[in-house]
Design a protein around this ligand. Sequence first.
Ligand code: LRH
Ligand code: MN
Length: 424
Amino acid sequence: MILEQYKVQEANEQHLAAHKRHFEFVAASVSDVEALLQKLVDFQVAIPSWALGTGGTRFGRFAGGGEPRSLEEKMEDVGLLQQLNNSSGAISLHIPWDIPSNYNSIKALAAQHGLKFDAVNSNTFQDQPGQEHSYKFGSMQHVNKAVRKQAVDHNIEVIKHGVELGSESLTVWLSDGSCFPGQLNFRKAFQNTLESLQEVYAALPENWKMFVEYKAFEPNFYSTTVGDWGQSFLYASKLGDRAYTLVDLGHHLPNANIEQIVSLLLMEGKLGGFHFNDSKYGDDDLTVGSIKPYQLFLIFNELVEGMDARGMNHASDLGWMIDASHNVKDPLEDLLQSVEAIMCAYAQALLVDRKALVAAQDANDVVAAQEILQNAFRTDVRPLVAEARLRTGAALQPLQLFRAQKIRQQLVAARGSKTVATGL
Ligand code: LRH
Ligand code: MN
């Protein structure tokens, strides 16, 4: 056991008095604080299995040590995050990076760590050793039917792994596209991709969802066959009721209004979930809320407004997942910061005075509308998020405890300084 539970309680004792002062101060300004706290307790973010090691770029990768060497050790790391913040109660697997060796032992390990299996992710953006057909020129868009069939079969295999583990959704991100004008017939690429996705959709168990993830560019740099929310919405609408779009925050062109996209996809009932991260330029996969925290708040503001308008359950009706890559930070510290940023943005969005905002909008009182939003955004909600952790036995200060307990050093001692986790 890397972190004994009593160590969490001990650390909380030290912070309790200061926490109680801060909590009572902010709680005094919240209309129904118990309801808000319950929403925070229920809100669980899935941790990507491919982001528990050090990420890199084509220019280099600087491993940090103590990285998980197996799916079992990855689950141990996510279990540790869950013990620290009790808001990371699920893991999202990527196949074939994380093929379970034994379903029952993996499920037992998940139960031991209080983890569920969120969406499983297919991978037709890399050629695997011994693979018959290359995905160099795409997978489901490919001009060659045999390549498309290989991609369809892989996705059906991924569903089978997910069913064994109790997952209920498949995320399909296709790197398919083109790098030069003239390389691709866009219409045929769309139709091949739709036909292939329809074969995968037909194999979905009846209680499953399919998330179609869009991305503007990379690894293709002229066109991407699922390139934006409109194209993903088109596929999801043509596929059927259990197909949805997946919004990865880093997959938009500069200055895209992601909160408006979220509002409209929710309105249409076609928003499936998120890959949370942050970025300044491209698909930078940086810590959530580290570059554009106001945008993250505005997205959660649209989510709360749109989900309440449809009577949706905040915790269970959408897929809440992180998708990040850690080039310079400790992977677990980075993920703790990302979960904290998500919980704070959600808490701030729950503080927005909806009645007053509607009144300001109906009166075209632009100034009042901004004041109402920024009043919530400028509220320090960290004591509310910490109180939700305290009430569920987690740490008041997860990052501080991670460092105070020298957990990375323990992992390096147990696993070695040169271990490399599968993933990006
Ligand atoms: C593509 C992406 C996708 C994953 C991959 C690891 O950029 O966001 O969600 O499959 O990262
Ligand atoms: Mn993603």
